[in-house]
Design a binder for this molecule. Structure first.
Ligand code: ATP
Ligand code: ZN
Length: 284
């Protein structure tokens, strides 16, 4: 049995629960409003916490593993081990300055006041660069600090950059790329590690499947060779004769990022009746 800490409410909360659901892990009915929930079909207890509390809870062993952003783990300086990145909650932590201010490189921050809710990450970075600056820790609405003359620059989470622009700021330095990941307690028993690995195996199958599509198409037999050359499947494609003499049905798996290009080539080569479906789980 392992305890997994996830965010109770916020950007990672729904995604974390959805991921567990896709892994076939069902929770006891109505347990969502409480602090804890148990699974009915997997040896897992859930703890719902504020994301800032998750790294410490995993470090202390109150939770065995947690789903939390890299940014939060680094800021809390918790001693935990990163096990598996999850591909959601992506963001970056960047320095931004008012757009009319000239900025050359990190040394431009020398002697400046920088407002942030990520003091530790910023301090580590500036120390490494040998830059002395005055860090102002604030807990929210960091982007308004230059406008009210509280700071010369800010260091904050950016996802699209539109908040910066609407506050007259420009992003000048990216210090950290972050995403949600599974982190674990440093000293787990072999039993707990085995459960964690089982969970990670399921997560990887779900996440790998998201990068691929399953494709079925009808092909005149004389075009089979050409079509098979276009299809970069995991192995060679499955080919089955159709009821119509002279035609075959071809099944394969293709990567989402090459998808449209390949579809066009297949059509040009004479494929018909293309069907494309999502893949729910995939084990490589
Ligand atoms: P809590 O109440 O749990 O403390 P919070 O307000 O601190 O929540 P959220 O805004 O829900 O946190 O963000 C949680 C995490 O989502 C962040 O720490 C970060 O890892 C990730 N994230 C991804 N994109 C963004 C974004 N645009 N703004 C803020 N966080 C983001
Ligand atoms: Zn938080």
């Amino acid at each position: 049995m392992i305890t997994l800490a996830i965010q109770k409410k916020g950007r990672l909360a729904e995604k974390s629960l959805e991921l567990l659901e896709h892994c076939g892990i069902r929770l006891k009915n109505g347990s969502r409003d409480k602090l804890k929930a148990a699974s009915v079909n997997f040896p897992l207890d859930l703890l719902f916490l504020r994301d800032d509390d998750i790294p410490r809870c995993v470090e202390d062993g109150i939770a065995d593993i947690g789903i939390v952003g890299d940014n939060v783990v680094l800021e809390t300086r918790a001693s935990v081990e990163r096990v598996l990145p999850l591909g959601f909650g992506k963001c970056r932590l960047s320095v931004a300055v008012p757009k009319q201010i000239p900025y050359a490189d990190i040394r431009s921050l020398e002697g400046k006041r920088i407002a942030t809710s990520y003091s530790n990450i910023l301090r580590d970075y500036l120390d490494k660069a040998g830059v002395q600056a005055d860090i102002h820790p604030i807990s929210g609405s960091v982007e308004i600090a230059p406008g009210i003359n509280m700071a010369d620059a800010i260091f904050d989470i950016v996802s699209t950059g539109s908040t910066l622009i609407s506050n007259g700021l420009k992003e000048v330095e990216t210090i950290l790329e972050s995403e949600a990941a599974i982190y674990r307690h440093r000293d787990l028993s072999p039993e707990k590690l085995a459960v964690m690995n089982k969970l990670c195996f399921r997560i990887q199958s779900v996440n790998t499947a998201k990068d691929y599509k399953y494709i079925l198409l009808n092909v005149p037999n004389e075009k089979l060779d050409e079509i098979c050359r276009i299809l970069p499947g995991m192995k060679s494609p499955t080919i089955m004769p159709l009821g119509d003499a002279g035609w075959s049905s071809v099944h394969s798996v293709i990567k989402e990022d090459t998808f449209w290009e390949i579809i066009e080539q297949l059509k040009a080569a004479g494929a018909q009746g293309l069907l494309v479906t999502d893949i729910e789980k995939m084990i490589l």
